[in-house]
Write a protein that binds this ligand. Structure first.
Ligand code: XMP
Length: 304
């Protein structure tokens, strides 16, 4: 604990020394950017503007949660829902989707930064990000690599030497709520990589609702490393006495140490049945629910 307190005090001091003007941070709601925002806010107060982009690819309730948790900061919430849907229009290839989302993030963020006349960028890059960005099977999109157009006077990365577990410890010491400090990983491109192929508003709504049900049923009770719902395609089913052509939802729940390998969790049958029954009854246009048994490798954790 002493080490954590020391890290917090030193980081705040260092940010205060290094930042000499307005600064921004892209706040995603993940633990890294949240911790950075709190440290920077303690260091420079209202000189920091955290920017949160609501891409429409977020989980249920995410934007409201962020607004509530960071209500004492100078937070700017940008509604990018239409823009991101537009950017994704017609794209079905996973890597093209990732790239388009990454570029859209940069564009929106830079536009806001320009309006604010900021000089400094604060980023939640952690130690493994630096390693990963050198290799990488997927073009992992994070808001890293941002400063392409804007000439920042300084880029500050207070967490650059920390591992994820250490960031979580700092988050707890900073009194961030557990929903942030203990949060499971969520991909930067959000629900877009949990929809196979093209992204539409309808598919987003379905996968968002299904995901919320899966989290409710599994997160607290089974402590998975990661769990979520993905939307596969359409399939035929029967609801009432009508044949329906409804969405197929896959449920994923894995244990893993670092995301590099993973095992599907062995869940009780009645839990799986309850998830199936909730998803098919609470979301009208879903006709089928599958449970993914595939370990990584040969699968990946996400579906795209
Ligand atoms: P995969 O699917 O490659 O996922 O087995 C391993 C871990 O990485 C997350 N993931 C991503 N994170 N941008 C991210 O920031 C991405 O494009 C991305 N793709 C996968 C995934 O959720 C898992 O934790």
């Amino acid at each position: 604990m002493v080490k954590v307190e020391k890290f917090i005090n030193e980081s705040i001091g260092k940010i205060r020394d290094d930042v000499n003007g307005r600064a921004i941070i892209a706040l995603s709601g993940g633990v890294d950017s949240s911790v950075c925002a709190v440290l920077a806010n303690r260091a420079i107060g209202d000189l920091l503007t955290p920017i949160y982009i609501d891409t429409g690819l977020m989980r249920k309730g995410e934007t409201e949660n962020i607004k509530r948790i960071f209500s004492d900061m100078n937070l700017q919430v940008i509604d990018g829902k239409e823009y991101f849907l537009n950017v994704l229009k017609g794209l079905t290839d996973p890597e093209k989707k990732r790239k388009a989302i990454g570029q859209a993030f940069i564009r929106v963020f830079e536009e806001e930064a320009r309006k604010l006349d900021v000089k400094y960028l604060i980023q939640g890059t952690i130690y493994p990000d630096r390693i990963e960005s050198e290799g990488g099977i997927k073009s992992h999109h994070n808001v890293g690599g941002l400063p392409s157009v804007i000439d920042f006077e300084g880029i500050i990365e207070p967490l650059a030497d920390l591992y994820k577990d250490e960031v979580r410890e700092v988050a707890r010491a900073l009194d961030l709520p557990r929903e942030i400090s203990d949060r499971m990983p969520f991909p930067g491109p959000g629900l877009a990589v949990r929809i196979i192929g093209g992204v539409t508003e309808e598919k987003l709504e379905v996968v968002r609702e299904a995901n919320a049900i899966v989290e409710e049923e599994l997160l607290e009770q089974f402590g998975p490393w990661q769990t979520f719902a993905a939307l596969i395609e359409k399939g035929t089913g029967v609801k009432g006495d009508m044949r329906v052509h409804g969405w197929i939802i896959a449920v994923r729940a894995v244990q893993s140490r670092d995301g590099m390998t993973a095992e599907a969790m062995e869940l009780p049958w009645e839990t799986l049945r309850k998830i199936e029954s909730r998803i098919t009854s609470e979301i009208p246009n879903v006709s089928r629910v599958l449970y993914d048994l595939t370990p990584k490798p040969p699968g990946t954790i996400e579906f795209e």
